[in-house]
Design a binder for this molecule. Structure first.
Ligand code: SF4
Length: 393
């Protein structure tokens, strides 16, 4: 077994995201019986293609190697295999590489209640080891309109989850949950992520997030937590100014740079905003929050590498840092049978993204060390490594 260096760890992530991750019944039995190991909650969607015999148990959402959180999207064809050896967990690659990995632990707040008697975990979910995720609203208007993003499994997943995670969360509930979590799990989390589906009225959807941030900003400052918002832009662009001084990082998700493909895959977003609408929003957000705080969410795996890297350049030139997730075909979605991007494709995307971190001064990932389906922290660390080694030479 080797200790993963930065390039090994990045390669392990590339392999895990390209082909999914495999584990067998004996591994899962061991994992499920480990009460410290966290179970996947699917607040955001369902990325596993589990066979029937593995469905009823607790499954891992992610593992970590060095600074990187890596999503466990189960696939029977996954080339990275999770195994348990004594009291250690290993990720084994097809070429025979073996790396010791760690799993995120179940926090104490998963067994605690709020003052209204509801479980704290109805409101908050652990994401990527060090992030507290609040997902509101848990519904998206685009499904009702028939214009949803074709890769999104929010609707089906939330139907299955029923009451496990709240659909709509009030600002005071978010504050109380954060305070409770800080008492129960001090020092475990360093970021709060607000995220959600969409309302028909994008101004109201955006302002709902702002109201939450207003309520929690002071608490987060006191507890050393940064605030990261994933949202649709408001239609009334000047409302973005309300984020000034409140939010550490914001991301709007055009998902795809190629406009024709955006129309095909994300019809609602293309019709409501399109590239021009997103551009207006990004420019306003840069004015309000500054360079380094605004990100463009893109999914790698639909458009060509040329198109994706043109997108990186376009956003980078505005001072907007791409936040890049790797496509995974979720069961039950229109694109459930689309092939995943290859390892070579992800490697090329990561190389292009690394150039943005070299180009934009002070650029950092949207969710440092937590983006388990993203290649942001990896590109950031690769850029830092390249800079260090060039300086030494
Ligand atoms: S905007 Fe698209 S990705 Fe986001 S919740 Fe709606 S359908 Fe899903």
């Amino acid at each position: 077994m080797s200790t993963a260096g930065i390039h090994d760890a990045i390669d392990l992530k590339i392999q895990s995201l390209a082909d999914g991750v495999y584990y067998d019944a004996p591994f899962l039995k061991q994992y499920a019986s480990n009460s410290n190991a966290i179970g996947k909650r699917r607040a955001y969607g369902n990325s596993d293609r589990l066979p029937a015999d593995l469905k009823s148990q607790k499954v891992p959402p992610e593992f970590s190697v060095g600074p990187f959180a890596i999503a466990v999207n189960y696939s029977a064809r996954g080339q990275v295999r999770l195994v348990c050896e004594g009291n250690r967990y290993l990720a084994v690659t097809e070429e025979g590489g073996e790396y010791e990995v760690s799993f995120t632990e179940t926090p104490r707040f998963y067994n605690a209640s709020m003052s209204n008697g509801q479980p704290v975990q109805h409101y908050a979910t652990v994401y990527g080891r060090s992030t507290l995720g609040f997902f509101t609203p848990g519904v998206c208007y685009y499904f009702a309109a028939g214009t949803e993003c074709h890769f999104c499994s929010l609707k089906d997943t939330r139907k299955t989850l029923k009451k496990d995670i709240s659909h709509f969360i009030k600002p005071q509930d978010v504050r109380e949950a954060i305070e409770r979590i800080a008492e129960l799990d001090p020092g475990t989390f360093n970021k709060v992520m607000l995220n959600g589906g969409n309302l028909k009225n994008h101004d109201n959807g955006f302002l709902n997030h702002i109201r939450i941030v207003e309520e929690i900003r002071e608490t987060c400052d006191r507890l050393g937590l940064t605030i990261h918002l994933i949202t649709m832009p408001p239609v009334t662009t000047c409302l973005i100014d309300e984020a000034k001084g409140l939010i550490d990082k914001i991301v709007f998700d055009p998902e795809i740079y190629d406009e024709a493909l955006m129309h095909l895959i994300c019809q609602g977003k293309a019709e409501d905003f399109g590239r021009a609408g997103y551009e207006r929003s990004f420019l306003r957000a840069i004015d309000a929050l500054g360079v380094g705080k605004v990100h463009a969410g893109l999914i790698a795996g639909f458009e060509s590498i040329d198109s994706l890297s043109r997108g990186f350049e376009y956003y980078g030139a505005m001072g907007v840092i791409p936040a890049v997730n790797i496509f995974h075909p979720d069961p039950g979605t229109t694109l459930e049978n689309l092939v995943r991007p290859t390892q070579d494709f992800i490697r090329a995307a990561l190389e292009e993204l690394t150039k943005v971190y070299h180009r934009v001064p002070g650029a950092t990932p949207f969710l440092p060390n937590s983006g388990r389906n993203a290649i942001d922290t990896e590109a950031y660390e690769a850029a830092k490594y390249e800079k260090r080694t060039t300086e030494v030479v």
